[in-house]
Design a protein around this ligand. Sequence first.
Ligand SMILES: [Zn+2]
Length: 196
Amino acid sequence: MKKLGIIIAFIVIFIIAIFVGKYLYSSDAKEENMVKNEEKNNSIINQVDYSVKNDITINIDSEEEKISPNATLILKKHYKECGHTIKEYAEIPEEFVNLTKSEIEKEYSQWEVEKFTPLDIILIKEEEGFCNEHYILKEEQGIIAVYKVDKQGEETLYETTGISVEYLTESDKLELKDGIKVYGKEELNSMLENYE
Ligand SMILES: [Zn+2]
């Protein structure tokens, strides 16, 4: 107990010494100290601001949009050789559900994210070569036939439609005589729908 008393006495003396020392400081030094303290306070305020900003970014991150299981996925492939972009509609893969845009970008880095909303994802990729979806529509014995055209320009019969040219306009008939070029299944289907 005696030892403790001595330690406390030392601490008290030490504190008093500090106060006395401060009091004896010249007024210049006091002013200097005040400026320093102010700077210190400012830097503390800056630090506080910074941490508040950090909190906000963390919140935004946690609320980042995620892919819904009901989302629709469109895969676009742009073929360098012919310059066509072929669209493919796909079911949303299970492993995509709840991923954020940045997670998709990281996991599927060969694809570029063209559109990202929880219900609508479009991914696009550059492909070397030819899209292999070049078609030509022609009239054959009064009905429309679809030929597929390969890289070398060779035509092979792809589909014989049940669409008669009989009721088409004269200009449509003329165009069919020359052959109507169509690129991509999507365009082909909408073209045939127009003639039906
Ligand atoms: Zn093409």
